[in-house]
Ligand binder design. Structure first.
Ligand SMILES: Nc1ncnc2c1ncn2[C@@H]1O[C@H](COP(=O)(O)OP(=O)(O)OP(=O)(O)O)[C@@H](O)[C@H]1O
Length: 626
């Protein structure tokens, strides 16, 4: 029925979809319903007992309206017959009072069942939302770093995240739908027996409202869907404008006005678009409600006329009028809920889409998975390696060939953006090379289990994370299984000089560091770096990679850290990135790269003697100290 959407657009001033795409066809909207069975399966897996209980109570409740209407009919008919017969004998009131008592019991039962259903909905909904959030976090953790750098990935993640809560609403809607359909079936039996045409009248009166709802739901979905990037930006602006991490610079640079203006602009645009949609929806909604009411009153007049002619009793009149009114409400509810279930199913598509994103860097079962060599015999060999970031025009690394020998300490030197961090990320297989290959002991890195590889590599990045956890936990993240091993944590702290930082903390290793949470104590940049460095020593890694490990350390701390580093990495392979030549010169060999390409490699004296790029950079820095 695409004509219907077209008609709406024509009548209500044609508007393109906010994301610029053509409106979803009715078929597309309905095809999203294919996600419902998978969704129901997820609910079932969340808690079979709560799901069964919920369905059972709803089934019972579905039969109650028709039972109550029928008892109502019996009551009225017996009142009328009693009134006709003078009705003052106590004995003849007995059956009537029993009927009233029965209706009373049914009313109480209906209320109790309703509350039971609401209770189970809410418990099941909470469990489901929690479980979905956990699954979302688990899945995000499996994905590649490269996928996190893609903005459409973030949009998907955002949509999936936002929907864990609204999914519980969808769950209640799907279950209510089944319940109401059963109630309708019961009521329809009586109505059809009286006059099947009334059922047709009912459908004719209600279907336009359903189509209208369905149309506006699609519009509303596409508005929200199309606005995902802007909504992420709005969240970002809200956070940047008011967070402990940014407060310092926002204040110093007087950025709040700039941030607020942008927020106002975006949020106002969304408000205006949404307002237009809501207004049109309200107008059409009122019109269709009137059509529905007209259908009801036509049926009502017909039923009354039958009663006046004596063809049905007063009790039947109330039963039929009640059934009709009830069915209209139910049908309207079912149809409009159907379109919001269809809308929910569209959102569900985003949710499942996110789970369909699969990591590429995985343990490749199709090939032999080699055990990681212990110890590494030859080392890591780069063979003509090239790497280009997703969406980046230029190569971050190109034609790079060299060998990181087992047991050697290699320093990487190069200007900002030369590709040093990228090289390290390739070693840790956070990315795979775009061209060429990296071999470990003669075999492609892809032939090893990535999880095992990462266990054997300890990397501390220059933009290490300042976890808002206790000092002990911040060290333990280097090997989180050992979070309860206080001796190991303290030994790692001693090796990275973090012990001197922890000693000064009022709560010692249990002290929360960072400002985010109550009681947290913040550290200086160098103190944070000592803690982060401790993470490297938590591991028994064969390859240790330190990216600018001492950038924030004072001269004395740097010297001490490196003395220990040399001891601690004896027999291990290590890669060190630093702009400080005092650090770099301690390495066995130094690899100089420029614009992602190999320039030269050798020991400090060799490179100085060669008088190339390294010697030039070294002289430049040394001149600064004269
Ligand atoms: N996630 C990314 N997406 C796109 N391009 C990136 C990304 N990370 C780095 N780059 C680009 O790749 C190139 C190499 O970056 P890399 O971080 O490896 O340099 P670096 O030598 O470590 O620099 P620095 O000394 O400043 O830390 C740079 O041109 C950078 O802009």
């Amino acid at each position: 029925m695409p004509w219907f959407s077209d008609l709406f657009d024509k009548i209500s001033a044609k508007r393109p979809r906010p994301d610029g795409k053509p409106a979803l066809t009715v078929r597309e909207r309905f095809s999203a319903l294919k996600n419902i069975p998978a969704f129901l399966k997820l609910i079932w897996e969340t808690s079979p007992s709560l799901t069964l209980g919920n369905i059972g109570l709803r089934l019972l409740r579905a039969a109650l309206p028709v039972a109550m209407l029928y008892v109502g009919q019996l009551i009225l008919d017996s009142v009328v017959s009693l009134a006709r017969s003078g009705g003052n004998s106590d004995a003849s009131l007995g059956p009537l009072l029993s009927l009233v008592a029965l209706e009373f019991v049914l009313a109480i039962l209906s209320d109790t069942l309703g509350r039971g259903v609401a209770l189970l909905d809410s418990l099941l909904g909470d469990l489901f939302a929690n479980r979905s959030s956990v699954r979302l976090m688990e899945h995000a953790a499996e994905l590649d770093l490269d996928q996190f750098e893609d903005s459409t990935f973030y949009d998907k993640l955002e949509r999936a995240r936002r929907q864990t809560l609204s999914r519980t609403v969808l769950m209640a809607q799907v279950l209510s739908q089944a319940q109401d359909a059963i109630t309708m079936a019961f009521l329809a039996i009586g109505l059809v027996a009286f006059n099947p045409w009334l059922l047709l009248l009912l459908l004719v009166a209600v279907i336009p409202a359903f189509l209208g709802e369905s149309h506006f739901n699609e519009r509303s979905y596409s508005l929200v869907h199309g606005w995902t990037p802007e909504r992420r930006e709005l969240d970002y602006l809200r956070q940047t404008g008011a967070s402990d991490d940014t407060a310092k610079e926002v204040k110093i640079f007087g950025l709040s006005g700039f941030l607020i203006d942008r927020f106002k602009l975006l949020s106002d645009q969304f408000y205006q678009q949404n307002k237009a949609l809501v207004l049109r929806r309200a107008g059409w909604g009122a019109f269709f409600a009137a059509v529905g009411a007209a259908g009801y009153y036509a049926a009502y007049v017909y039923i009354i006329s039958q009663a006046v002619r004596g063809q049905i009793s007063i009790g039947q009149l109330t039963f039929l009028a009640g059934s009709f009114a009830r069915m209209r409400g139910l049908l309207e509810g079912i149809l409009s809920r159907f379109s919001s279930v269809a809308e929910g199913a569209l959102y569900l598509q985003d949710f499942f889409d996110f789970f369909r994103i699969q990591p590429r860097i995985i343990r490749d079962e199709a090939h032999v998975v080699r055990p990681f060599p212990r110890p590494i015999q030859v080392g890591f060999q780069f063979e003509n390696v090239g790497f280009k970031y997703r969406n980046a025009g230029k190569w971050a690394i190109r034609n790079l060939s060299f060998t990181l020998q087992a047991g050697e300490k290699l320093a990487l030197v190069g200007e900002n953006g030369a590709g040093k961090t990228t090289l390290v990320k390739l070693l840790a297989r956070l990315y795979d090379p775009t061209e060429g290959r990296i071999l470990l002991d003669g075999h492609d890195l892809r032939e090893y289990d990535p999880a095992e590889l990462r266990q054997e590599i300890g990397v501390i990045f220059q933009d290490f994370v300042r976890f808002q956890l206790s000092a002990g936990q911040n060290l333990a993240v280097g090997r989180i299984e050992e979070k309860g091993n206080q001796d190991r944590i303290q030994a790692a702290a001693a090796q990275s000089l973090a012990d001197t930082v922890v000693q000064k903390l009022p709560g010692g290793y249990d002290q929360i560091i960072g400002r985010r949470f109550a009681g947290g104590v913040d550290l200086s940049g160098g103190e944070w770096q000592k803690i982060a460095l401790g993470r490297a020593y938590m591991r028994d890694a064969q390859l240790l990679i330190l990216d600018e490990p001492t950038a924030a350390l004072d001269a004395r701390a740097e010297h001490e850290v490196f003395q220990r580093f040399a001891d601690l990495t004896k027999g291990k392979t290590a890669v060190l990135i630093s702009h400080r030549f005092s650090t770099v010169r301690m390495a066995d060999r130094i690899l100089v790269i420029e614009n992602g390409e190999f320039v030269e490699i050798g020991s400090h004296p060799e490179l100085l003697a060669r008088g190339g790029r390294y010697a030039e950079l070294f002289a430049l820095q040394a001149a600064g100290y004269r």
